[in-house]
Design a protein around this ligand. Structure first.
Ligand code: FAD
Ligand code: EPU
Length: 343
C-alpha cells in the first residue's frame, strides 16, 4: 500500500486542473480499501474514478483514493438476459465494447462516455435516449461508517435524470465496488434520439446492429464533444432544466424558437445548450457559445460544455459557470443546475 503525498491531480481529472491532493492512493479490492480508510481517519476522503465529472476549485487537503477494482464476469443467464458484473475501476467505454463484442445489448447508446464503471450509477449516466437505469440490475457498495458491503437494487438507487440516492441522501456515505447489469440477448434498438437515425443513414447502415448504433453514437459524439486528451472538460457542465408545461408555454410565447423535449416526469425538458447560446455578455451571434476568457471557455460546438484551454484554474471555470447561470436566469428566469461535482 503506497500513499503518495502532495501530488498533482492534473492527469486524474479530464478538466486538466492542476490541483493537489495532500494524500493519494489507489485500491483494487475491499481489503486494501479498508486498510487505506484507517490510514488518515482525521482527513476528508474523496473517491476518484476517471475524474470526468469533477471540477477541483482548490487543492484537496485530504485523502484521494482512486478506485481500481477490476473484473468483468458473466454471472447468470436466462432465455432473454445476461447478467454481467463489472468492477468499479473498469473503464466504462472498454466495458461497453466488451459487451458489444459478446452481443450483449443495451449499452450501445452509452458508448464513449468517459469515466469508470463505478461512477455510472452516481448520476445515472445517459446519452442518446438511454440511461443506465434501463439496464441496471444491482450494485454492491461499501458503507464508509459501518464498514459493511450492502446491495442496492434499481429502486434502492432512486435513479432520476442525472440523479441517484448516492448524490442525495447517501452523499459521501458509500463507495461503489461493482455493478451488475441485465443485458439483452435479443436487442431492442433505440435510434429515435436527435441525429442518430441520420448518422446511421449517412453511414449506409442497411441492417441495424448494436455495433452500428455504437459506431453512430461514437461518430456523433466525436463531432460535437471535445476529446479530453485535446481539450479539458467534464462534458455537460449543467443539467437540462425540466420545467412545468405552463412555464414552458409562457417561455415559448416570448421566445418562439425555444426547443423542448418531453421529459420522463411528464414535464418539459429544455436544452440548456440553447439557453446558453441565446444569452451572453456581448452582442454576439452565439451568446456564450465560443466565449473565452483566459483559458476558461464555453465550447464553440456545444454550449453546455465548459472547457479548459490549458492553464485555467478551477476557480476560473467556476466563475464563468456562475456568470452563465446568472445570465440565463436574467433572460429566461430559469436557474441552471450544475451536473459537474465541484470539489
Ligand atoms: P469521477 O469524475 O471520478 O467521479 C464523479 C463523482 O462520483 C465524484 O463525486 C466521485 O467522488 C464519485 N465516485 C466516483 N467513483 C465512485 C465510486 N466507485 N464510489 C462512490 N463514489 C464514486 N455523462 C453522461 O451521463 N452522459 C454523457 O453523455 C457524458 N458525456 C461526457 C462527455 C465528456 C467529454 C466528458 C468529459 C464527460 C461526460 N459525461 C457524461 C460525464 C462523465 O463522463 C460521467 O459522469 C461519468 O460517469 C463520470 O465517471 P468518472 O469515473 O470519471 O467519475
Ligand atoms: N443545443 C443548442 N446549442 C448548443 C447545444 C445544444 O441549441 O450549443 C440544443 C439543440 O437544440 C440540440 C439540443 O440542444 O438539438 C440537444 O443537444 P445535444 O443532442 O448535444 O444534447 P444535450 O441536451 O446538449 C445531453 C446530455 C449529454 C448527452 C447528450 C446526448 C445533459 C446535461 N447532457 O446533452 O450528456 O451526451 O444529451 O444524449 O443531459 C453529459 O452529461 O456530460 C453529457 C455530455
Amino acid at each position: 500500500m503506497v500513499i503518495q503525498e502532495n501530488i498533482s491531480l492534473k492527469s486524474f481529472n479530464t478538466f486538466g486542473i492542476n490541483a493537489k491532493a495532500r494524500y493519494f492512493s489507489t485500491f483494487s479490492d475491499v481489503d486494501e480499501l479498508e486498510e487505506l480508510l484507517h490510514a488518515y481517519p482525521q482527513y476528508p476522503l474523496f473517491i476518484l474514478g476517471g475524474g470526468s465529472n469533477i471540477l477541483f476549485t482548490k487543492d484537496f487537503n485530504g485523502l484521494v483514493l482512486k478506485n481500481e477494482i477490476k473484473g468483468v464476469d458473466e454471472m447468470h443467464e436466462d432465455q432473454n438476459y445476461v447478467y454481467v458484473k463489472a468492477g468499479a475501476g473498469e473503464i466504462w467505454h472498454r466495458f461497453v465494447l466488451h459487451c458489444i463484442n459478446n452481443n450483449w445489448a443495451g449499452l450501445e447508446n452509452l458508448s464513449l462516455i468517459p469515466g469508470n464503471v463505478g461512477a455510472s450509477p452516481m448520476q445515472n449516466i445517459g446519452a442518446y435516449g438511454v440511461e443506465l437505469q434501463d439496464v441496471f440490475y444491482c450494485l454492491e457498495a461499501f458503507h464508509r461508517q459501518e464498514k459493511k458491503i450492502l446491495t442496492f437494487t434499481s429502486s434502492d438507487c432512486e435513479f432520476g435524470y442525472r440523479e441517484s440516492v448516492f448524490k442525495r441522501k447517501y452523499k459521501d456515505q458509500f463507495i461503489i465496488l461493482n455493478i451488475t447489469l441485465k443485458l439483452r440477448k435479443h436487442p431492442i434498438f433505440h435510434i429515435e434520439y436527435g441525429t442518430l437515425k441520420q448518422e446511421l443513414e449517412r453511414m449506409g447502415v442497411k441492417e441495424l446492429s448494436i455495433r452500428s448504433i455504437s459506431q453512430a453514437v461514437i461518430n456523433i459524439r466525436k463531432s460535437k464533444l471535445p476529446d479530453p486528451k485535446d481539450l479539458g472538460s467534464a462534458g455537460s457542465f449543467f443539467k437540462n432544466p425540466v420545467i412545468t408545461k405552463s412555464k414552458f408555454d409562457a417561455l415559448k410565447e416570448k421566445f418562439p424558437g425555444i426547443p423542448s423535449f418531453s421529459s420522463r416526469e411528464d414535464r418539459v425538458k429544455i436544452p440548456a445548450g440553447w439557453l446558453i447560446e441565446h444569452c451572453g455578455p456581448e452582442k454576439t451571434e452565439s451568446g456564450w457559445k465560443g466565449f473565452r476568457r483566459g483559458d476558461a471557455g464555453c465550447y464553440s460546438k456545444q454550449a453546455l460544455v465548459l472547457v479548459n484551454y490549458g492553464n485555467a484554474v478551477g476557480q476560473d471555470i467556476f466563475n464563468l459557470s456562475e456568470e452563465i447561470t446568472a445570465s440565463v436566469k436574467s433572460k429566461f428566469g430559469i436557474t441552471l443546475e450544475r451536473e459537474v461535482n465541484i470539489i
